[in-house]
Design a protein around this ligand. Structure first.
Ligand code: CMC
Length: 505
């Protein structure tokens, strides 16, 4: 504090509070400054200033929507949104998509390095071995209505799953269950990781089947992660049933691409929830709820609904005009981080080609193409650097994409549609692989140096200042003129007009 010193001025920020003339020197570490450093800048309130500003208690840092706030030191995923770079633990996503598998990448994301062959074998065996859920779970799934949104089912199912494992619950076993760093603590943590990744496909497949009125199937042995998932959704008693290998592989690539995306809304929600040291099942359920929203994982569903509502390429110009007037929402465009091409889009493009060769193309494609072309020429979108995001492009075929764009939401939607998944199941196909990323971030937070700090942000209170309670006019009226009717609760106009025993009209 005070005047900046020569040694600290090299890699530091000097801030002068013009209210008081006070100067603070804040160290810069990894190109960031701690927000708490501003707490020392307090001042006397200005004349008439609201006491709720708490000006004497130090300066607050406001950042609605976390536009420039780093909440973790992380070693997991790096995104350069301007350059279109995405790396998991240092490996470019393109290389992983080409050479790795979803489960191998999951190991990498969670534990920090690629597994050796024996490690991979143990890991895959453990995850697949934990796919089975207790037979009781059937009742849980059957309690949902036939038309329940599968994300509502999946979100609830993750929380429900936690109820089986009292040994995994810090509320029952002690707060330091996951933060101790002891061999026992690691073992408990690993087991919940196997269970959550292993059972994610099972829960999702059960959510799928309950809506189709189908019986549930036991997870098969001898199939890959996505092969088992497809089997659990589609098997109807056929002999030697095997999912189509092109679809199995395509799903595996899409899962790998969706496995993590740094501190997006759902990963942040998992950490926010996990920061109270709640069990990982509850934290994953919270992440799942966050992902469900149409600004995040629900976008791939929203894109298809939007394309259906546009109807044909001829309606695209009118639709875009409505978007610019903010009367309509253009789903699948824009991203908080990517301002250029989403590196995943090129892989998705290739995957889309492979899938469409097997399934045929989607009739929404022409509308999607027209929308893309019109938007990319339009000043409104160019100025705001709004390009199709990952969810948009999942609905396209490669021939459309000479793109220098950020693009996968659209494509995922069309690939999933081509594969015959129901629209509302698309976010589930995003949530299942994202369990991996959520767990990687959760594990990292549990083991971070210095322990877990509960995430408790500040607010800027702009509501009413202190005021005295005054009884409402209705309450006063009721006191002076008691009800004439011998019934409980508020009397509606309809009741006043009704006739019944005891009514005094
Ligand atoms: N259509 C039209 N205008 C848009 C769009 C869009 N899809 N997205 C952003 N804008 C405008 C926005 O109105 C604002 O304009 P102005 O400066 O005139 O007020 C400007 O672009 C900046 O947008 P923003 O809302 O400040 O950007 P953000 O970083 O807060 O939001 C976003 C990012 C992804 C929520 C947003 O772009 C959006 O709502 N997109 C549509 C939903 C979508 O596709 N979501 C999937 C994201 S990718 C997958 C994932 O990560 O889950």
């Amino acid at each position: 504090m005070g005047q900046p010193t020569p040694s600290s001025s090299q890699n530091s920020l000097t801030v002068r509070d013009n209210r008081t003339g006070k100067t603070v020197d804040i160290a810069i570490e990894d190109n960031s400054i701690p927000a708490t450093a501003f707490k020392v800048l307090s001042a006397n309130p200005e004349k008439g200033e609201r006491e709720e500003n708490e000006t004497t208690k130090g300066l607050r840092v406001s950042d609605k929507g976390y536009l420039n706030t780093a909440v973790m030191r992380s070693e997991i995923t790096f995104i350069d949104g301007d350059a279109g770079v995405l790396r998991y633990r240092g490996y470019p996503i393109e290389q992983l998509a080409l050479h790795s598998s979803h489960l191998e990448t999951a190991y990498l994301l969670i534990y920090g390095s690629l597994p050796s062959q024996p490690q991979l074998k143990v890991w895959e065996d453990e995850v697949m071995h934990h796919a089975v859920v207790h037979a009781d779970a059937e009742q849980f799934f059957r309690s949902f209505r036939y038309d329940a949104h599968p994300m509502a089912i999946l979100t609830s199912a993750f929380a429900y799953l936690g109820s089986y494992y009292s040994e995994a619950n810090p509320s029952l076993q002690g707060q330091s269950l996951y933060t101790k760093g002891s061999p026992e603590s690691f073992a408990v943590m690993d087991k919940q990781i196997y269970r959550l990744i292993g059972k994610a496909t099972t829960l999702a497949a059960m959510a799928y089947r309950v809506r189709q009125g189908r019986n549930f199937v036991t997870p098969p042995t001898g199939l890959s992660y996505t092969g088992s998932f497809l089997y659990q959704m589609d098997y109807l008693g056929e002999e030697n049933y095997k999912p189509n290998p092109v679809l199995e592989k395509a799903l595996d690539v899409l899962f790998l691409l969706h496995a993590d995306h740094e501190l997006n809304a759902s990963a942040t929600t998992v950490l926010q929830t996990g920061s109270s040291l709640v069990d990982p099942y509850s934290a994953i359920a919270a992440g799942c709820a966050s992902l469900y929203g149409p600004l995040h994982g629900g976008a791939n569903e929203a894109v298809i609904r939007m394309l259906i509502s546009i109807g044909s390429p001829a309606n695209v110009p009118a639709f875009l005009e409505a978007v610019k007037k903010r009367e309509k929402v253009l789903s699948g465009f824009g991203h908080r981080v990517y301002k250029t091409s989403d590196p995943r889009s090129f892989i998705v493009r290739k995957t889309a080609d492979e899938v469409f060769r097997v399934t045929g193309k989607d009739e929404l494609l022409e509308t999607a193409m027209a929308l893309h072309e019109a938007a990319m020429k339009d000043e409104y979108f160019i100025k705001r650097r709004l390009a199709p995001n990952v969810d948009f492009w999942y609905v396209f075929t490669s021939r459309l994409l000479p793109c220098k764009l950020n693009c996968s939401v659209l494509r995922s939607g069309l690939i999933y549609r081509a594969m015959g998944f129901p629209l509302d199941f698309f976010p589930v196909l995003f949530a299942v692989p994202r369990v991996v990323g959520w767990l990687a971030h959760w594990r990292q937070m549990m083991l971070q140096p210095g322990g877990v700090k509960i995430w408790r942000p500040r607010q800027i209170y702009v509501g009413e200042t202190k005021r005295e309670y005054v009884q409402s006019m209705n309450a006063l009226r009721r006191k002076s003129r008691p009800h004439r009717y011998p019934i409980l609760g508020e009397i509606t106009k309809r009741t006043m007009l009704a006739t019944f025993k005891g009514a005094k009209l």
